[in-house]
Design a protein around this ligand. Structure first.
Ligand SMILES: *Cc1c(COP(=O)(O)O)cnc(C)c1O
Length: 368
């Protein structure tokens, strides 16, 4: 049995205590050293910066507490995703990935795995529920998907995929390990962009892979060491600091998102709103089973591109950026990247602003 979320958060905050000696710093130092004192090769400990550093150890200890699993850190979400895919696929294999998920995962698969002999089969998130996974080596899912916010029933899909002999990888970026636990729902590996809510301050890129299969995780670790996709100590330090307040920030962000989603859904200028925490949402029933709450991302449509751009630029409390999960509410029109969405489709990441002030600003910007 696992710790309760509250116990995990408390352990995360105090994870260094047991290892501290008199006079040691409470906060992990930024250890900027490529080499480590190595008079004897066999004696253990750190020896070279591509294999491991004390600052990674600190952030990986936090992430391992959150995931309840071995965790390997990476310099970005995509570095983590690349590691998971290259560690599990070989020529002749078939990979199923979401056609409506994070687009760089798809571009990486088509651009680099396909030429090496992997068959890449993009599948809309809503079709995972009924797909036949016979002959598939890796089923890669993302839920709620970014940016459409469709939800996969992780336990049901993982059970069918594993029965077909596939390895199941879940991109848990939009939820974080505090809101959704794919490893407990049958997935073999979790990948995530800690660039988003875990680091949380829009000042660093980071990622991780977590899993309980020691052989798979050894492959992931080998990939990092051999491909050289290693996080820097300063980045690891920033993520360590961000993770200490993850639960606090998420509580505010998710509670505010619930309020904002309800009010946006009732607004006459808004159509097609998706938020898995709303009882009317197509994903609500599955979301209630596997997610702690509806999260902090909302998607919706305004009349057209001009209406969406006007709303985003008029609202003083929406940062016009890509990415999500930061302290600032952020929004963008996804069609500008070529996502298969309507011209007026907006993805909103709700931040930590007090909710009534945020809604007042949004409501005014909607009026034009
Ligand atoms: C942002 C994101 C990534 C990539 O993370 P980076 O840190 O930008 O490389 C992967 N998956 C999802 C769902 C994301 O939102």
């Amino acid at each position: 049995m696992t710790d309760s979320p509250d116990q995990r958060i408390a352990r995360l905050l105090h994870h260094r205590k047991a290892g501290l000696r008199q006079g040691d710093p409470v906060v992990p130092p930024i250890t900027a050293s490529a080499t480590f004192h190595l008079p004897h090769v066999q004696a253990g400990g750190h020896f070279y910066g591509r294999n491991g550093t004390p600052t990674w150890d600190a952030v990986e200890a936090q992430l391992a507490i959150l995931e309840d699993a071995e965790t390997v850190s990476f310099p970005s979400g995509m570095a983590a995703i690349a590691a998971a895919l290259f560690a599990t696929l070989k020529a002749g294999d078939r990979l199923v990935i979401p056609s409506d998920g994070y687009y760089v995962t798809r571009v990486l698969s088509e651009g680099f795995l396909k030429p090496l002999g992997v068959t890449v089969s993009p599948l809309p998130t809503r079709d995972y529920a009924t797909a036949d996974f016979t002959g598939v080596a890796v089923v890669y899912l993302e839920t709620p998907s970014n940016p459409g916010l469709d939800v996969v029933d992780i336990a049901a899909v993982a059970a069918r995929a594993r029965a077909a002999g596939a390895v199941v990888i879940a991109d848990n970026t939009t939820m974080t390990p505090l809101l959704q636990r794919p490893l407990y729902l049958g997935c073999d590996l979790v990948v995530a962009a800690d660039t988003k809510a875990p680091a949380g301050h829009s000042d660093v890129l980071f990622g991780h892979v977590a899993g309980r299969d020691a052989a798979l995780m050894a492959r992931v670790r080998d990939w990092r060491r051999m491909a050289g996709a290693i996080p820097g100590p300063f980045e690891a330090f920033l993520v360590h600091r961000g993770l200490e307040t993850l639960e606090l920030r998420l509580s505010r962000m998710c509670a505010s998102a619930q309020v904002i989603a309800e009010r946006l859904a009732a607004h006459p200028a808004v159509t097609g709103l998706r938020f898995p925490g709303l009882p009317g949402d197509a994903s609500y029933a599955v979301a209630r089973r596997q997610m702690v709450n509806g999260g902090f991302l909302i998607s919706f449509e305004l009349a057209d591109a001009a209406a969406a751009e006007g709303f985003l630029s008029r609202c003083p409390l929406i940062a016009q950026t890509t990415s999500f999960g930061g302290t600032h509410t952020a929004g963008e029109r996804r069609a500008r990247w070529g996502d298969a969405v309507a011209e007026g489709f907006v993805r909103l990441s709700v931040g930590i602003e007090p909710v009534e002030v945020l809604w007042e600003a949004m409501a005014a910007a909607l009026e034009g």
